[in-house]
Design a protein around this ligand. Sequence first.
Ligand SMILES: *Cc1c(COP(=O)(O)O)cnc(C)c1O
Length: 344
Amino acid sequence: MWRGVIEEYRDYLPVGAKTPVVTLLEGNTPLLPAPRLSERVGARVWLKVEGANPTGSFKDRGMTVAISKAVEDGAKAVVCGSTGNTSASAAAYAARAGLACVVLIPDGYIALGKLAQALVHGARVVQVRANFDRALALVRELAEKEPVTVVNSINPYRIEGQKSGAFEVVDVLGDGPDVHCMPVGNAGNITAYWKGYREYQDAGKLKRLPRMMGFQAAGAAPIVLGHPVEKPETIATAIRIGKPASWYGASAAAAESGGMIEAVTDDAILEAYRFLAKEESVFCEPASAASVAGLVKVGAPPGARVVCVLTGHGLKDPDVAIGQIAVPRAVDADLAAVMEELAL
Ligand SMILES: *Cc1c(COP(=O)(O)O)cnc(C)c1O
């Protein structure tokens, strides 16, 4: 039986015999072959379906380590700023550990499903009239005044846990892919994957390091532009970030691997979002689709082995889904009316 990220990858993580393991059995997510996407881009593409994690996003990989270490260090409460998924994950793992959880979210810019998760798991949720970057700054200030542990990806244990995604890819493929595509928001995850691939290389488990391709939304693309974005805007709220905390890590991953950080438009993100749902049967959230929009934009060498990380589950953001497609109108309850509606 799969035992969760900490037990499965204990040798690579900063945990000891005394660390209390707080887990929801995260990780071990599908690496799903994507035949139609492969045909479209002329490469062999796999989708790392991170929506299959316990709270529906990759954030659980880092949260199991961050919360376990917080308990080990005697914390009573944790705090995070969040575009949504960090708060959902923090709330769930804190509840499991019996810790109080406070989350600061940008007012009006968080997907409904994620807000529901944080509330139902019992977090104290504060909506702040500000964007994510300001919310995170407030979290840092709060942590200086009060005895609370920050569980944003500025907490190094988050990055440590998230690198397990790279281990799983290599464990399935038997080596690194040629190209690795993923969305970039606060840039913790690309930093984590690159760390994971390199650690597996050091351990002799991987011969070939992938090119790391990170994709930001065009309206929130500070790394691509080379300067912070004051008012980031994109439909992909999980990557609506103007001043990434792990900016340096993302740039280093791209530079050291011969990869790149690129921007993709909201239209391209939504096209990839619909393509994934209709052609590959994976319902991911808009931010996740940025990885595939990016792959379609920049392409891949013929026959290359490509992994696209789909970071979170589509059900988290029903508003975007419904906004994409006309909601069906009601018809009378007789067969003639149904057939007429179907134009049969
Ligand atoms: C957090 C998140 C991202 C961005 O990850 P970073 O580590 O902030 O770059 C992308 N997609 C989803 C669904 C997320 O929850």
